[in-house]
Design a protein around this ligand. Structure first.
Ligand code: UGA
Length: 439
């Protein structure tokens, strides 16, 4: 099939490359010319496991190309995936749908023949009819343009795998047996024939599938973090407890890692956008649980700041703190709403000098937060530090030798915000060791 992907961020670039891998002819469209040039040269514009290989492979075999032109995209094929970002509105909880409607508005005038526009961006429920209305109003092909809602559940750093081998496919349409369904089934044929559960539903259910899934995942993380608070107060060990709970198949081990909590470009803004939409629908009370989920998550960051202050005898001014981790989670260079950087910035505001290290996200962090200091080598970063904070659980950090690290500082104190350092080894090496949810 010939298809396009409008918006080549974490979602769109991955989707475009994976559709080429499935055998389709793909044109990715992004208004950022620099990004388009990077991808046309066969490289991924950000870190995502396996993406570089796919982009290199399919820009070379001619199945994948990128453009900054809506006109070219519209003329390229009759299936257009919309993958633009829907961030949180500044100062509000609601989604900012500006990029979505701008993309649809710019694509529409060039849609002269029947086509399917399949939206993958995460939206508040009720956006689909607005997209349809805009398309029908502006596109020369009018109501021959069909809208499908096709949410994506990929996790950053597993995005290629999650796209090619998803847990399920969700396809939302506004009528039964629509032509759009046949088109999407053809597009995903190779995935469907492996037995992937494929759920066909209406627009609203498809829209809600995404925000409800993320709300549930966030709730699970905040639940175990609330339990971590109880563990700290009662002397229990939250890691053991999470393991015990996870053996119950109804609870499961996934998303039960206690620690500094969730960040990134999705979970935090999705629970807020979901609450804002529920308010608009007059059912805000249904999601008050998410307010608590958000509050528990914020308290994790405050807790680390508080523990740091206490470890430094209540004086942060003039203290040197090293932070291991800038990415919002390991395996990515994405720093959007990074819990590690939120803690680093807060401690900086309170007067400490912060040195941040990260194996992949330093360039992004340096650009966004020039007020912090950055060092590439996690061992060198500890030199002269009064306190070390482990805030993004890159596997390399738990392999570093605490004996060697202790020699770099005269006050070996560490706070493990992610529960992946071995307390005993660190204590044996002379470190004062504190962890969230453990003693
Ligand atoms: C999340 C969802 O997991 C995806 O299903 C969804 O498609 C995606 O958002 C999206 O909306 O696009 P992602 O943001 O890549 O994916 O990250 P997760 O792996 O879910 O982690 C989110 C945050 O929660 C990270 O900061 C991570 O460190 C934290 N986390 C995760 C925990 O603190 N504990 C856990 O047990 C799991």
């Amino acid at each position: 099939m010939k298809l396009t992907v409008i918006g080549c961020g974490y979602l769109g670039a991955t989707h475009a490359a994976c559709m080429a891998e499935l055998g389709h002819q793909v044109l990715g469209m992004d208004s950022d010319m620099e990004k388009v040039a990077i991808m046309n040269s066969g490289k991924a514009p950000f870190l995502e496991r396996g993406l570089d290989t796919l982009i290199a492979r399919h820009t070379a075999d001619g199945r994948l190309e990128f453009t900054a032109s809506y006109e070219e995209a519209a003329a390229f094929g009759n299936l257009h995936f919309v993958c633009v970002g829907t961030p949180q509105q500044p100062g509000k909880h609601a989604y900012d749908l500006g990029h979505l409607f701008t993309a649809v508005r710019k694509l529409s005038p060039w849609l002269r023949s029947p086509a399917v526009v399949a939206v993958k961006s995460t939206v508040p429920v009720g956006a689909a009819p607005r997209v349809r209305d805009l398309l029908h109003e502006v596109a020369p092909a009018g109501d021959a343009i069909e809208v499908a809602w096709n949410p994506e559940f990929l996790r950053e750093s597993f995005a290629v795998k999650d796209t090619l081998r998803p847990d399920r496919l969700v396809l939302g349409f506004d009528s039964e047996n629509s032509r759009a369904e046949a088109v999407l089934r053809q597009c995903y044929e190779k995935i469907i024939e492996t037995g992937t559960p494929t759920i066909v539903t209406d627009w609203a259910t498809a829209e809600l599938a995404k925000t409800s899934a993320n709300a549930f995942l966030a709730t699970k993380i905040s639940f175990i973090n609330a339990i971590a608070e109880i563990c700290e107060a009662s002397g229990a060990d939250v890691d053991r407890l999470a393991d015990i709970l996870g053996h119950d198949a109804r609870i499961g081990q996934g998303g039960m890692r206690p620690g500094l909590g969730f960040g990134g470009g999705c979970l935090p803004k999705d629970i807020r956008g979901f609450m804002a939409r529920a308010d608009e629908l007059g059912v805000g009370r249904a999601l008050t649980i998410l307010r608590e989920v958000d509050a528990i998550n914020s308290r994790r960051r405050e807790r680390v700041v508080d523990l740091a202050r206490r470890q430094l005898d209540d004086t942060l001014v003039g203290k040197r703190i090293t932070v291991w981790g800038a990415a919002f989670k390991p395996g990515t260079d994405d720093i959007r709403d990074s819990p590690a950087l939120a803690v680093a910035r807060r401690l900086h505001e309170l007067g400490a000098t912060i040195t941040v290290t990260d194996p992949q996200a330093l360039d992004n962090a340096r650009k966004r937060h020039p007020e912090l200091d950055y060092v590439d080598d996690p061992i060198a970063a500890v030199e002269g530090a009064h306190l070390l904070l482990h805030l993004t659980e890159w596997p390399l950090y738990s392999r570093l030798d605490p004996d060697r690290l202790a020699a770099r500082t005269s006050t070996p104190k560490v706070i493990d915000g992610r529960g992946t350092l071995d307390a005993e080894t660190w204590r044996r090496a002379g470190w004062t060791f504190r962890a969230l949810g453990r003693h």
